[in-house]
Every structure is written in structure tokens, then in C-alpha cells.
Design a protein around this ligand. Structure first.
Ligand code: P6P
Length: 339
């Protein structure tokens, strides 16, 4: 691609600020800082066994999940990158029980950043794609020392959302509320280069993503929907469907953003105390904003994910997202059943 047609992330953000007024200087700095942190994470992930970063850190996070060494390192990279810039009022992460305040020696800004520093990390040791997911909110007016309550805003309040997928290439996917744009990391130059503008998800699909091993724990409308897909052309859907499950949300969502599909992690009765596995603030909400901005849909099976008023920083929700017509169908099944 001739260099004149290459638009870097920096140039894209400056043009969004200058021509569309979508962002201000602080938000532009925030996105650039997060992107730089994702580059560092990409390098660490890419070293694999040579980086002495594989395997467990020997600790557990607030979710009670064993942390991988790269979970901890990725979290530290994002904290260190974002503390000093003066663009944030506080940060929160899947890997930390409570929000991380900006040290008093640094100025505070108007934004809150919440992230999953390395989603899908159980796949690291087997060299399957993982990623970083992030969501940006405004700090409520007048809140000088934002705690958990400051983060508990519905997904509709997000001013930006994105993820980086560390796969065969490293791709940053970003929405500022005006479409979804993708940037591929040029490893020689160390720059993210615009490789997709206003990406859209096909409204229909014949590909679904779900962990089928949980089938015996699903509620009736979930079983009905999947049974119809498995019946293929012999059943009510009249066509065959394909299944994919990477067990790395970023990888599954990126495939759906690229060619359509539906991603499902439903509430299941395996642990009735949990309304789902995925976390609202730093998995479901940012992915829901991206998917909706790309013309898709994202629900809990009963309600729009972005409308949920969070009760806790690490709360979990059921997730149905992707091609609009499939999400609407499975959501209708749940609503009809009164699940
Ligand atoms: P399961 C990764 O741990 C994650 O949070 C998502 O990235 C992924 O979609 C899901 O969990 C996989 O869950 O139960 O299939 O291992």
C-alpha cells in the first residue's frame, strides 16, 4: 500500500478531532496511550515461551480465576501507561478488586478507563489469539476521588470502546460513537495503520459461537434456538449452520465483526448464582457498543446490554451479540418464554 494512502491512528484521531469534533485532546491522548500499551502487550504476548511469561502467576483475581503471568503484566502495562497523562480520573480492571486512583503526584482528567487487560488468557499457553478490551466513560461532574460508584454508568454513556486482538496480526478496533474502524499494527514502523473504515456486520448469518458443553445447563429458549440451528436445512430454519468457539471473546467477536455471526454466552444453571460468565463493564458493554455501531445487536436475551444500569463493577451478564436478525430472534424466544 503506497505510504501516501496510509492513515495512522494518530492522523485518524487528529482528523476526528478537527473535522468531526467527535473527540477532544484528552480523549485523543487517552486512545493513543491505550494503543501504545496494546503495542507493548502485543510484543509481550508475541514472545511466547521465549519471554518467560507463560503459565500461571500463582495468584487469583477478584473473579476467583487463576491469573496468568501475562494477565498481571498486561494490567501493569495499562496502569503505568495511563497514570501520568492527566487524561484520567481513575482506572478499573478485571484484574483489580477496586478502582485504581490516579496517584496524587499526577493531574487528573475527565475520563474513566475500564478494561480487561488480557481477555481469553487461558488460551495464551496454547498460542491461540487473546486480546485487550477497553471502555471509556466520563467521570461524573464534581467527583474528585472516583470510586466504584463513579463507574456504574450504563453502556450508553461510553464515549469510546475498543479492543486489540493479538492474532496472526495485531488489530486495534475502535469506536468513538461514529462507526467502527480497524487499525493493523505495522510492526516495522510500530504504528497502527487504518485498514477498515465504518465496518459493518451482516444482518444475517449462518455461523454461531457458543460453548456447547454447557447444553445441559441451558434454559428452554436457549435449547430451542440451538436445536433449530443444529437441525439445519431439515428444521425450521431451512438452512445449515456452522459453529465456531475460540473461548477468547475478542477473537470470536473479531470474526463476527469481519464476516458476521452470533456470539452467545447465556445464563446457565451450572451456577444459578451467576447471571452469566462475562462481565458487563469491561467485556459486554464495550463489545456491545462496537457491535451496535457496526449495525449489529447486543442483548442479555431479555434486554439491550447498553441500557443496563450496573450494580457492581464486576457484575456478570448473559451475552447475545452479533448479526442483528439472529440476536433479535433468540431474544424473542427468551422474551416469549418469560425466562
Ligand atoms: P469458556 C475467557 O476466559 C472468557 O472470559 C471469554 O473471553 C470467552 O468467550 C469465555 O470466557 C470462554 O468461556 O467457558 O468457554 O471457557
Amino acid at each position: 500500500m503506497p505510504s501516501t494512502s496510509r492513515v495512522s491512528l494518530t492522523r485518524f484521531l487528529i482528523e476526528q478531532q478537527r473535522e468531526k469534533g467527535h473527540i477532544n485532546g484528552d480523549l485523543r491522548l487517552l486512545i493513543e496511550v491505550v494503543a501504545r500499551a496494546c503495542k507493548r502487550i502485543s510484543i509481550a504476548v508475541g514472545k511466547g515461551a521465549l519471554g518467560n511469561m507463560l503459565g500461571s502467576a500463582g495468584t487469583e483475581n477478584v473473579q476467583g480465576e487463576v491469573q496468568k503471568k501475562l494477565d498481571v503484566v498486561s494490567n501493569e502495562i495499562l496502569l503505568e501507561a495511563n497514570e501520568w497523562g492527566g487524561h484520567l480520573a481513575a482506572l478499573a480492571s478485571e484484574e483489580m478488586d477496586d478502582p485504581h486512583p490516579i496517584p496524587h503526584r499526577y493531574p487528573k482528567g475527565e475520563y474513566l478507563l475500564v478494561f480487561d487487560p488480557l481477555d481469553g488468557s487461558s488460551n495464551i499457553d496454547v498460542n491461540i489469539s487473546v486480546g485487550t478490551i477497553f471502555s471509556v466513560l466520563r467521570c461524573p461532574e464534581g467527583v474528585k476521588e472516583p470510586g466504584e460508584a463513579a463507574f456504574l454508568q450504563p453502556g450508553t454513556k461510553q464515549v469510546a470502546a475498543g479492543y486489540a486482538v493479538y492474532g496472526s496480526s495485531t488489530v486495534l478496533v475502535l469506536t468513538l460513537g461514529d462507526g467502527v474502524h480497524t487499525f493493523t499494527l505495522d510492526r516495522e514502523q510500530g504504528s497502527f495503520i487504518l485498514t477498515g473504515s465504518n465496518v459493518t456486520i451482516p444482518e444475517d448469518t449462518s455461523e454461531f459461537a457458543i460453548n456447547m458443553s454447557n447444553i445441559r445447563h441451558w434454559e428452554a429458549p436457549m435449547k430451542r434456538y440451538i436445536d433449530e440451528l443444529l437441525a439445519g436445512r431439515t428444521g425450521p430454519r431451512g438452512r445449515d449452520f456452522n459453529m465456531r468457539w475460540v473461548a477468547s471473546m475478542v477473537a470470536d467477536v473479531h470474526r463476527i465483526l469481519t464476516r458476521g455471526g452470533i456470539f452467545i454466552y447465556p445464563r446457565d444453571l451450572k451456577d444459578p448464582s451467576k447471571p452469566g460468565k462475562l462481565r458487563l463493564m469491561y467485556e459486554a458493554n464495550p463489545m456491545a457498543m462496537i457491535v451496535e455501531q457496526a449495525g449489529g445487536a447486543a442483548t442479555t436475551g431479555l434486554e439491550r446490554i447498553l441500557d443496563i444500569l450496573p450494580q457492581q463493577l464486576h457484575q456478570r451478564v448473559p451475552v447475545f451479540l452479533g448479526s442483528k436478525n439472529e440476536v433479535e430472534r433468540v431474544t424473542a424466544y427468551h422474551r416469549e418464554s418469560g425466562a
